[in-house]
Design a protein around this ligand. Sequence first.
Ligand code: HEM
Length: 137
Amino acid sequence: MLWLKALHIIFMVTWFAGLFYLPRLFVYHAMAEDQTSRERFKIMERKLYYGIMTPGGVLTIIFGTWLWLGYGITGGWLHAKLALVAVLIAYHLYCGKLLSDFKHDRNRRGHVWYRWFNELPVLLLIGAVLLVVLKPF
Ligand code: HEM
Protein backbone atom coordinates (compact mmCIF):
# COMPACT_ATOMS: atom_id res chain seq x y z
CA MET A 1 0.00 0.00 0.00
CA LEU A 2 2.82 2.41 0.70
CA TRP A 3 4.03 2.08 -2.91
CA LEU A 4 0.52 3.07 -4.06
CA LYS A 5 0.46 6.04 -1.71
CA ALA A 6 3.93 7.12 -2.90
CA LEU A 7 2.83 6.90 -6.56
CA HIS A 8 -0.40 8.76 -5.67
CA ILE A 9 1.59 11.65 -4.18
CA ILE A 10 4.19 11.70 -7.03
CA PHE A 11 1.49 12.01 -9.70
CA MET A 12 -0.46 14.53 -7.58
CA VAL A 13 2.65 16.75 -7.64
CA THR A 14 2.92 16.25 -11.43
CA TRP A 15 -0.75 17.18 -11.86
CA PHE A 16 -0.35 20.33 -9.79
CA ALA A 17 2.77 21.34 -11.73
CA GLY A 18 0.43 21.67 -14.72
CA LEU A 19 -2.50 23.14 -12.75
CA PHE A 20 -0.19 25.93 -11.51
CA TYR A 21 1.85 26.55 -14.69
CA LEU A 22 -0.76 26.33 -17.48
CA PRO A 23 -2.90 29.26 -16.24
CA ARG A 24 0.36 31.21 -15.80
CA LEU A 25 1.13 30.58 -19.48
CA PHE A 26 -2.40 31.83 -20.25
CA VAL A 27 -1.56 35.09 -18.39
CA TYR A 28 1.47 35.71 -20.64
CA HIS A 29 -0.35 34.44 -23.75
CA ALA A 30 -3.19 36.94 -23.13
CA MET A 31 -0.53 39.71 -22.88
CA ALA A 32 1.38 38.64 -26.02
CA GLU A 33 1.34 41.26 -28.84
CA ASP A 34 3.09 39.35 -31.64
CA GLN A 35 2.03 36.19 -33.48
CA THR A 36 5.44 34.49 -33.03
CA SER A 37 5.05 34.62 -29.24
CA ARG A 38 1.45 33.42 -29.50
CA GLU A 39 2.50 30.39 -31.62
CA ARG A 40 5.26 29.55 -29.09
CA PHE A 41 2.78 29.68 -26.18
CA LYS A 42 0.38 27.39 -28.08
CA ILE A 43 3.10 24.70 -28.36
CA MET A 44 4.11 25.03 -24.68
CA GLU A 45 0.47 24.90 -23.50
CA ARG A 46 -0.40 21.85 -25.63
CA LYS A 47 2.67 19.87 -24.49
CA LEU A 48 2.07 20.78 -20.84
CA TYR A 49 -1.67 19.91 -20.92
CA TYR A 50 -1.43 16.60 -22.81
CA GLY A 51 2.12 15.52 -21.86
CA ILE A 52 2.25 16.28 -18.11
CA MET A 53 -0.97 17.68 -16.60
CA THR A 54 -3.50 15.15 -17.95
CA PRO A 55 -1.40 11.98 -17.34
CA GLY A 56 -0.63 13.34 -13.83
CA GLY A 57 -4.32 13.86 -13.09
CA VAL A 58 -5.42 10.48 -14.45
CA LEU A 59 -2.74 8.58 -12.49
CA THR A 60 -3.45 10.56 -9.27
CA ILE A 61 -7.09 9.50 -9.53
CA ILE A 62 -6.26 5.86 -10.42
CA PHE A 63 -3.90 5.39 -7.45
CA GLY A 64 -6.15 7.37 -5.08
CA THR A 65 -9.17 5.27 -6.03
CA TRP A 66 -7.06 2.10 -5.64
CA LEU A 67 -6.12 3.20 -2.08
CA TRP A 68 -9.76 4.07 -1.34
CA LEU A 69 -11.53 0.98 -2.77
CA GLY A 70 -8.62 -1.50 -2.66
CA TYR A 71 -7.81 -0.93 1.03
CA GLY A 72 -11.16 0.37 2.25
CA ILE A 73 -9.63 3.67 3.45
CA THR A 74 -12.56 6.06 3.82
CA GLY A 75 -14.27 8.56 6.10
CA GLY A 76 -15.96 11.97 6.09
CA TRP A 77 -12.57 13.53 5.25
CA LEU A 78 -12.37 11.48 2.03
CA HIS A 79 -15.89 12.49 0.92
CA ALA A 80 -14.99 16.16 1.46
CA LYS A 81 -11.68 15.57 -0.36
CA LEU A 82 -13.49 13.94 -3.30
CA ALA A 83 -15.72 17.04 -3.53
CA LEU A 84 -12.56 19.17 -3.90
CA VAL A 85 -11.19 16.66 -6.44
CA ALA A 86 -14.42 17.06 -8.46
CA VAL A 87 -13.78 20.84 -8.58
CA LEU A 88 -10.15 20.13 -9.60
CA ILE A 89 -11.32 17.89 -12.46
CA ALA A 90 -13.78 20.61 -13.63
CA TYR A 91 -10.95 23.19 -13.46
CA HIS A 92 -8.69 20.84 -15.46
CA LEU A 93 -11.32 20.35 -18.18
CA TYR A 94 -12.03 24.11 -18.32
CA CYS A 95 -8.28 24.66 -18.86
CA GLY A 96 -8.67 22.32 -21.85
CA LYS A 97 -11.44 24.54 -23.22
CA LEU A 98 -9.31 27.66 -22.71
CA LEU A 99 -6.39 25.86 -24.41
CA SER A 100 -8.60 25.36 -27.47
CA ASP A 101 -9.71 29.02 -27.40
CA PHE A 102 -6.07 30.18 -27.39
CA LYS A 103 -5.18 27.63 -30.12
CA HIS A 104 -7.79 29.19 -32.42
CA ASP A 105 -6.97 32.79 -31.33
CA ARG A 106 -10.47 33.02 -29.81
CA ASN A 107 -9.41 34.09 -26.29
CA ARG A 108 -11.44 37.09 -25.12
CA ARG A 109 -10.22 37.33 -21.49
CA GLY A 110 -7.49 39.63 -20.20
CA HIS A 111 -4.37 38.72 -18.19
CA VAL A 112 -5.87 40.02 -14.93
CA TRP A 113 -8.71 37.45 -15.16
CA TYR A 114 -6.15 34.65 -15.66
CA ARG A 115 -4.13 35.87 -12.66
CA TRP A 116 -7.20 35.35 -10.43
CA PHE A 117 -8.08 32.09 -12.22
CA ASN A 118 -4.52 30.88 -11.40
CA GLU A 119 -5.20 31.12 -7.64
CA LEU A 120 -8.00 28.51 -7.37
CA PRO A 121 -5.75 25.37 -7.50
CA VAL A 122 -3.75 26.75 -4.56
CA LEU A 123 -6.85 26.79 -2.37
CA LEU A 124 -7.90 23.31 -3.55
CA LEU A 125 -4.44 21.88 -2.85
CA ILE A 126 -4.38 23.30 0.69
CA GLY A 127 -7.89 21.97 1.38
CA ALA A 128 -7.25 18.46 0.01
CA VAL A 129 -3.89 17.98 1.77
CA LEU A 130 -5.20 19.25 5.14
CA LEU A 131 -8.22 16.92 4.87
CA VAL A 132 -6.17 13.78 4.06
CA VAL A 133 -3.33 14.44 6.55
CA LEU A 134 -5.38 15.77 9.50
CA LYS A 135 -8.57 13.71 8.80
CA PRO A 136 -10.62 16.20 10.91
CA PHE A 137 -13.88 14.24 10.51
C1 HEM B 1 -10.13 10.68 -6.88
C2 HEM B 1 -9.13 11.30 -6.31
C3 HEM B 1 -8.45 10.86 -5.02
C4 HEM B 1 -8.73 9.79 -4.18
C5 HEM B 1 -9.81 8.72 -4.34
C6 HEM B 1 -7.76 9.85 -3.09
C7 HEM B 1 -7.72 8.91 -2.03
C8 HEM B 1 -6.67 8.86 -1.14
C9 HEM B 1 -6.54 7.84 -0.11
C10 HEM B 1 -7.54 6.71 0.15
C11 HEM B 1 -5.37 8.06 0.55
C12 HEM B 1 -4.76 7.25 1.72
C13 HEM B 1 -5.04 7.97 3.00
C14 HEM B 1 -4.36 7.28 4.18
O1 HEM B 1 -3.65 6.30 3.98
O2 HEM B 1 -4.50 7.78 5.29
C15 HEM B 1 -4.79 9.24 -0.05
C16 HEM B 1 -3.60 9.78 0.38
C17 HEM B 1 -3.20 11.03 -0.01
N1 HEM B 1 -3.81 11.84 -0.94
FE1 HEM B 1 -5.34 11.37 -2.15
N2 HEM B 1 -6.94 10.93 -3.26
C18 HEM B 1 -7.35 11.58 -4.42
C19 HEM B 1 -6.81 12.73 -4.95
C20 HEM B 1 -5.86 13.47 -4.28
C21 HEM B 1 -5.49 14.81 -4.63
C22 HEM B 1 -6.07 15.61 -5.78
C23 HEM B 1 -4.56 15.21 -3.72
C24 HEM B 1 -3.84 16.52 -3.61
C25 HEM B 1 -4.39 17.65 -3.66
C26 HEM B 1 -4.31 14.10 -2.82
C27 HEM B 1 -3.39 14.10 -1.78
C28 HEM B 1 -3.11 13.03 -0.98
C29 HEM B 1 -2.01 12.96 -0.01
C30 HEM B 1 -0.99 14.06 0.27
C31 HEM B 1 -2.06 11.69 0.59
C32 HEM B 1 -1.10 11.10 1.66
C33 HEM B 1 -1.70 11.35 3.03
C34 HEM B 1 -0.95 10.64 4.14
O3 HEM B 1 -0.15 9.77 3.90
O4 HEM B 1 -1.21 10.98 5.30
N3 HEM B 1 -5.13 13.05 -3.18
N4 HEM B 1 -5.60 9.71 -1.06
